[in-house]
Design a protein around this ligand. Structure first.
Ligand code: NIG
Ligand code: FE
Length: 400
């Protein structure tokens, strides 16, 4: 006996196949069958403990948010107001606001305060359909600060029904005390923080911010080499505000993803295609910062670089937890098709986390993470500007 059969559904499998099943069965936390109830030679009630008529509604894989900075304290609403008066994100950063401001608030928060504030956002993300979520550190900057943030991520992971993928965002921002000695900070990351993070298994990947206001290619190369020695996967914030050759660096290291990419050029895209590095685009940050330079969508398509979409959930450039809103923003701002936006938050997001063997599409043997939405087509999902929420959520075959 299977655990459950869902039938009469509009199923978006997000798999490579052109098949359009209308029914799906789950057992032992996995998807075990896809097809049509007409294929059965006996009533579905005899095959599974539970049977659900989905009444034509849309059934998708659980959504995967593959790039967030969800664990932080406070907010930066006052910077938002400044930005509206014309002060740029980079200028605010130079004036000691920006990431540094969140670092101060995050350092000042106790473990419990940080946990509580972040758990609220995590719950909101789940209600919006995110069943797998990547979370980066990077607002600690000191060894103790980063370890505290990663410990909060670990604690959240214990209580979250889905998967939390922890990333040590090592080189995010140069701490004030290292302002004149960035090499010393890279040493601290490589010689003290990274070994400890690896030993305590607090992260699965290492990320960095490659940009003139952050770190350069040579510095990040050192961080990546060390991360590789510890067997950690790699990701990189690259080409967000300028072409800094981060995408080429990420590709040279076979990173899982290069993220943002508004300023990437063709050779960077070719390198990503060769390396199998996923392009994670962040339409919320693009929108919030009122960026003008669009990521080169057509070139990414032409080189068959998988495009993932994520919230980038953070207090400075994308204060949101809604992947359906990101789908709408990617469609309206960059003209991704509705199906591209859905693949961006499912199968391609799974690839960006190295989890596509078990997650990201509705296929036999994959984990039974699925959502039923109160709508009837894929188009509607990116149409409703983030206001549509799943009405049924299953994670590992269990109703949430
Ligand atoms: O992905 N670009 C760097 N990091 C974040 C912003 C973090 C912040 O402003 O607090 C981003 O946009
Ligand atoms: Fe980010």
């Amino acid at each position: 006996m299977w655990d459950k059969i869902f039938y009469n559904a509009t199923i978006a499998t997000c798999a490579e196949t052109a098949e359009r099943p209308t029914a799906l069965a789950i057992a032992d936390q996995k998807i075990v069958w896809l097809g049509d109830v007409k294929d059965f030679d006996q009533p579905p009630e005899r095959l599974a403990h539970e049977v659900m008529n989905v009444q034509g509604k849309l059934l998708t894989p659980g959504l995967i948010d593959c790039h967030t900075h969800l664990v932080y304290a406070g907010n930066r609403a006052h910077e938002f107001a400044l930005k509206l008066q014309g002060v740029s994100y980079q200028e605010i950063a130079r004036l000691g606001g920006g990431i540094q401001a969140t670092v101060k608030m995050t350092q000042a928060a106790s473990f419990d305060e940080l946990y509580e504030q972040s758990a609220g956002r995590l719950e909101a993300a789940l209600k919006n359909g995110s069943t797998t979520i990547e979370i980066k550190s990077g607002y600690g900057l000191t060894k103790a600060g980063e370890l505290k943030q990663l410990a909060v991520i670990e604690a959240l992971a214990k209580n979250f029904p889905g998967i939390i993928y922890p990333t040590y965002l090592a080189a995010h921002c140069l701490p004030v005390e290292y302002q004149h000695d960035s090499e010393a900070y890279i040493n601290l990351i490589c010689q003290e923080i990274l070994p400890e993070v690896a030993k305590k298994q607090l992260a699965r990947a290492v990320d960095a911010f490659c940009e003139s206001i952050a770190f350069n290619v040579q510095q990040i190369e050192r961080v990546f080499k060390t991360a590789k020695q510890y067997g950690l996967d790699l990701k990189l914030h690259a080409e967000q505000f300028s072409l800094s050759d981060g995408a080429a660096l990420a590709s040279a290291f076979k990173a899982l993803s290069a993220d943002h990419l508004e300023y990437i050029n063709e050779s960077g895209i070719a390198a990503m295609a060769n390396a199998g590095t996923v392009a994670v685009l962040l339409p919320g940050a693009f929108y919030f910062l009122q960026e003008k330079q669009m990521p080169p969508i057509d070139l990414l398509r032409r080189y068959h670089v998988p495009i993932a979409l994520a919230t980038d959930c953070n207090p400075g450039t994308s204060p949101t937890t809604s992947l359906p809103l990101m789908m709408n923003m990617a469609a309206t701002q960059w003209r991704l098709t509705p199906l591209e936006t859905l693949r961006g938050v499912t199968i391609n997001a799974a690839k960006a986390l190295g989890l596509s063997k078990t997650l990201g599409s509705l296929e036999i043997n994959k984990q039974a993470d699925l959502l039923i939405w109160p709508i009837f087509s894929v188009e509607e999902l990116s149409y409703y500007m983030g206001s549509v929420k799943p009405e049924v959520i299953y994670i590992k075959g269990k109703k949430i």
